[in-house]
Design a protein around this ligand. Structure first.
Ligand code: SF4
Length: 231
């Protein structure tokens, strides 16, 4: 990918995306996966830079008193080599930084963690490894995904692993298999699918799990983790 960044969206204030902090979110366009249930198809396919870095830093300077953290989401932010310099510049302004990632770039993740440039990382675990291709519609490198999981688990920063679930793509056994692999991690979240107009595979194609089914899964796996949530 291009050396620089494609910033395609900005949510000025969020109270829910960085635990216990007020954050502002930037969305980087483009992704190396094409998950059918993705709710950000417009971000994944976006090719237009909507916001310049100058605009980002002007905004951050103005809002410094009201914002604790900057969340960088996508798309997949780590496809850009320029992500590193962007985060360095954000840290220089004194903000906490959270990165949302699909875990495909362990080299970037390790560098950001080792250099204390990110304070929180949220990594999507798409499926059991044997099903990654089906969910992401791409030939993912499972060694990269496994390496990212290990780097994050062994780091000292706050983190969460999370899996989006819909009835059509992951069955109960799949979810239990992922949970077993992640056993011993700090935080695991099951995100129930929500339909909408910007779903990559189309609206009215996928369905969320019944709440009761997720509650039954919870009983089986919640003890694997320090913290487990359904959202
Ligand atoms: S859900 Fe999949 S396609 Fe969408 S941004 Fe995340 S990794 Fe990319």
């Amino acid at each position: 990918m291009d050396n620089d960044l494609l910033i395609v969206g900005h949510e000025k204030t969020s109270f829910i995306d960085y635990p216990e902090q007020i954050c502002t979110m930037y969305f980087l366009g483009g992704c190396n996966f094409l998950c059918s249930y993705c709710h950000n198809a417009h971000v994944v396919y976006s090719k237009e830079n909507a916001i310049t870095k100058e605009e980002v830093f002007t905004f951050l300077k103005k809002r410094k008193k009201f914002i604790d953290a900057v969340c960088i989401s996508g798309g997949e932010p780590t496809i850009y080599q320029g992500l590193y310099a962007f985060i360095v510049q954000i840290k220089e302004q004194g903000f906490l930084v959270k990165l949302d990632t699909n875990g495909t770039n362990p080299v970037m993740i390790e560098r950001l963690i080792n250099e204390k440039l990110i304070d929180y990382i949220a990594m999507d675990i798409k499926a059991p490894f044997s099903k990654y291709e089906t969910i992401t519609n791409t030939h993912g490198n499972m060694d990269h995904i496994k390496r990212s999981i290990e780097i994050i688990k062994n780091s000292n920063i706050e983190y969460e692993f999370r899996t989006t679930v819909c009835e059509e793509l992951l069955n109960t056994e799949d979810i239990l298999e992922i949970a077993k692999y992640l056993k011993g991690s700090k935080k695991y979240i099951l995100q129930n699918f929500r339909d909408g107009e910007t779903i990559l595979g189309g609206q009215n194609v996928f369905h969320p799990y019944e709440f009761e089914v997720l509650e039954d899964i919870k009983k089986e796996i919640e003890d694997y983790f320090e913290s487990f949530k359904i959202r």
